[in-house]
Write a protein that binds this ligand. Structure first.
Ligand SMILES: CC(C)(COP(=O)(O)OP(=O)(O)OC[C@H]1O[C@@H](n2cnc3c(N)ncnc32)[C@H](O)[C@@H]1OP(=O)(O)O)[C@@H](O)C(=O)NCCC(=O)NCCS
Length: 150
């Protein structure tokens, strides 16, 4: 990989088509286009990672008081396992710190082992569980709530 061709920048409306394609491919329970659009309209901070002008991953987050809420981080399936989500989340930490955030909070499906491993490697710790938080194939699924200081 030529790291010089990697660029991380804010997500824009023109990126939506690429982002939705990655979302549909990477998630078992993808966000609808309307959710992505609403995050852009509400000016939630977000970043895309692109290589040679193609989007490979993105992260959408939000600020509440001094806490950054990580809402969605996704790497395109064929680019997973190459450190791109790590690069994106590091860029998010930097941006959130500049905005005065002290910590990052997130919810993750208890069945999402890759994401749990990723967040644990990133230094997140489980601080609670929300039972029946997400819809799932069987009925509902718990969310694990994780937190990391900045
Ligand atoms: C979770 C996700 C964002 C990780 O993206 P990625 O670009 O593959 O992650 P990275 O390559 O930066 O991985 C960094 C570390 O996370 C851990 N990790 C990532 N994917 C993993 C997997 N499938 N299994 C186990 N550990 C994993 C590893 O510790 C890895 O470090 P290592 O490669 O040195 O072992 C990606 O799997 C994804 O997009 N999943 C679908 C969307 C999703 O569930 N998002 C999270 C909830 S919103």
């Amino acid at each position: 990989m030529n790291s010089s061709s990697i660029n991380i920048r804010p997500l824009e409306v023109v990126d939506l088509e690429q982002v939705i394609n990655i979302e549909l491919e990477a998630h078992d329970y993808p966000w609808k286009k309307s959710i992505h659009l609403s995050c852009i309209e509400q000016e939630y901070p977000s970043l895309v990672l692109e290589q040679n002008s193609s989007i490979i991953g993105y992260v959408v987050f939000n600020y509440l008081f001094d806490e950054c809420h990580l809402m969605n981080i996704t790497t395109s399936v064929s680019y997973q396992g190459k450190g791109f989500a790590s690069q994106l989340i590091q860029a998010m930490y930097k941006k959130a710190k500049v905005a005065g955030m002290q910590s990052v909070l997130l919810e993750v499906r208890e069945s999402n082992q890759p994401a749990l491993s990723f967040y644990t490697k990133e230094g997140f710790e489980e601080i609670g569980r929300r039972p029946n938080y997400y819809p799932s194939q069987d009925s509902r699924e718990a969310a694990i709530v994780m937190r990391r200081s900045l």
